[in-house]
Design a protein around this ligand. Structure first.
Ligand SMILES: [Fe+2]
Length: 211
């Protein structure tokens, strides 16, 4: 008998988000969105069958237009993720946690990681997921929250189908919380964010893991 993975959520040690947070300040603007509110970097890893993790050479990222109707079928050249950050035990812990929760350890699977900052003001909403309710086109998707500063909204929502009226799960990911879902069974969305403090910028920082 074997269980089938659906959704798992857990909390990492407190110091993970605070240690990784400074590296979000170095992110460059995402050139593939039509606004100045999204910053990101990208890295690819491979799990060796002995349980180790190796960074793969930097490469463009592409999703099919079937799963991403906003920027599908376009090679996106994101900035490479900071080597210094990747070497930190806190970052390695996130990679290993994703691999072990999904059962991908020792499988030789590849893991892609996106480091994303979305900013917003009190007057203009920002869309962390411009593609709407969607799948990423992988087996598993993980979202780890590093920071929510002055953020209203930004709910992590999981749906059974793209036309569901009500999410199967609707939650706020707080710093150090990690949620992983079966990307073939579920659809996800992050609702729009707005700064909760007039005159102050709102910031939401996450890592997205896919495999
Ligand atoms: Fe997504």
């Amino acid at each position: 008998m074997q269980n089938k993975f659906l959704i798992e959520a857990f909390q990492t040690p407190e110091n993970v988000a605070s240690t990784l947070l400074p590296y979000f300040g170095e992110l460059r603007k995402d050139p593939y969105v039509d606004s100045d509110v999204r910053f990101r970097s990208y890295a690819r890893f491979s799990l060796s069958d002995k349980g180790g993790l190796v960074r793969l050479p930097h490469a463009p990222f592409m999703q099919s237009s079937e799963v991403n109707r906003v920027v599908g079928d376009i090679e996106r050249h994101f900035e490479p993720m900071s080597d210094d950050m990747i070497d930190l035990p806190e970052f390695q812990h996130l990679l290993k946690s994703f691999a072990s929760a999904t059962g991908l350890e020792h499988t030789g699977a590849n893991i892609d990681v996106h480091q994303i900052r979305v900013t917003c003001s009190a007057n203009d909403t920002s869309a962390p997921a411009p593609e709407g309710i969607h799948q990423d086109g992988f087996r598993f998707v993980g979202i780890f929250c590093v920071q929510r500063k002055n953020i209203a909204g930004g709910f992590t929502q999981i749906f059974s189908s793209p036309v569901d009226q009500h999410p199967h799960l609707n939650t706020v990911l707080e710093p150090n919380q990690f949620i992983i879902l079966d990307d073939q069974r579920y659809y996800h969305h992050i609702s729009e964010t707005l700064s909760s403090n007039l005159g102050e910028e709102g910031v939401r920082d996450v890592f997205v893991f896919t495999a």
